[in-house]
Design a protein around this ligand. Structure first.
Ligand code: FAD
Length: 304
């Protein structure tokens, strides 16, 4: 059986939207194809489509831009391009660390941040960092372009707000880290594992001007539930506390008591994941705190 009959490579967003409209729901967006084609071959959540619309030839979706204190990233930007971006390494270090561990080099060279989010798995590595960055997502949805908080795009595992064959994810934007702020991402993975992590963690912290106390925090640990989200109870526990090892230890231990991950058939049991919450948060929070205190951030663990 043929999985699609026509393959289009539009060069503008308008052309892509026109194609979606022309096919009246019978076409499907493709970017790097690293999720879509695996699903198609395994016949997971994929039905044959009249056409595939490839968005990786649309210049508007392939840019990383700095506008004031914001960074925007087109949906078609690959993980490799993000890893090589100095602007993102400086202003959103966690995202370089996330994208730098996705698959191997062949996957990262074609797979996109847009695809990572549109595929809507709660533990997508890029997604975990976008949540900690409080990123917004630009979508074409219900006939218009609009910006939404990244978490609003997720409806459940593999289910997003984007209607297949009608909607388009266009890009992301978030505020880059400023003075006293920093981010970090770490994950726990099976040895030689190449797909989703056992658990991932991204942290954004803001310290007060003396680096004495935590002024604000955003913590994203995944997968915890069916959708990605912030660990707001853990954030509240951290804010206002002194910047030291004891705080990090106690907040990491607290996180383990309030977050309740699920068992996944392929990756890890609930018990193991629960134990790993404190380990992972301690490591990630320590790194983000050190970066915020020193004002320097060199991405770690990034594949080449
Ligand atoms: C060997 C291997 C290892 C992997 N390892 C990891 C890993 O370590 N961590 C991780 O998070 N992921 C991993 N993945 C999953 C995958 O590579 C990523 O999720 C990737 O970011 C998907 O991007 P893509 O461009 O290939 O998406 P595609 O496969 O092109 O698309 C995925 C889905 O999103 C839709 N879509 C894509 N772009 C848009 C858009 N702009 N608008 C609307 N819908 C869109 C498609 O229709 C499809 O449903 C791995 C995959 C493979 C094959």
């Amino acid at each position: 059986m043929k999985l699609w009959n026509h393959y289009h490579t539009p060069h503008t967003v308008d052309e892509a939207l026109q194609l979606l409209s022309d096919y009246e729901g019978r076409a499907r967006i493709v970017a790097g194809g690293t999720d879509l084609l695996v699903d198609a071959r395994a016949e997971i959540a994929f039905e044959p489509h009249e056409a595939l619309i490839d968005i990786t030839h649309i210049p508007e979706l392939l840019n990383i831009r700095k506008e004031g204190d914001h960074i925007s990233i087109g949906a078609g930007v690959t993980h490799t391009t993000i890893v090589k971006s100095q602007a993102i390494a400086d202003g959103a270090t966690c995202l370089v660390e996330s994208c730098g561990v996705v698959g191997g080099p062949q996957v990262r060279n074609v797979a996109t941040l847009g695809g990572n989010v549109a595929h809507a798995l709660p533990a997508g590595d890029g997604t975990t960092s976008l949540v900690a960055l409080a990123a917004e997502v630009e979508v074409f949805h219900e006939g218009q372009r609009k910006w939404l908080p990244v978490c609003d795009v997720f409806l459940g595992p593999g289910r997003s707000l984007l209607e297949i064959g009608r909607d388009l994810l266009l890009g992301f934007r978030f505020k880059q880290t400023g003075r006293g702020e920093a981010t970090a991402f770490k994950r726990i993975m099976r040895p030689q594992g190449v797909a989703l992590p056992i658990m991932g963690c991204a942290v954004w912290v803001k310290l007060d001007p003396m680096s004495a106390n935590y002024e604000a925090a955003r913590i994203s640990i995944a997968p915890i539930g069916p959708k990605p989200g912030r660990a707001s109870e853990v954030e509240a526990e951290l804010v206002g506390k002194a910047v030291n090892g004891d705080t990090i230890e106690s907040v990491a231990a607290f996180a383990q008591t309030v977050l309740h991950p699920r068992t996944s058939k392929y990756r890890a049991t609930e018990d193991y994941r629960s134990e790993m919450i404190s380990v992972l948060l301690r490591r990630t929070l320590t790194l983000a705190t050190e970066r915020a205190r020193t004002g320097t951030a060199v991405p770690e663990g990034v594949g080449v």
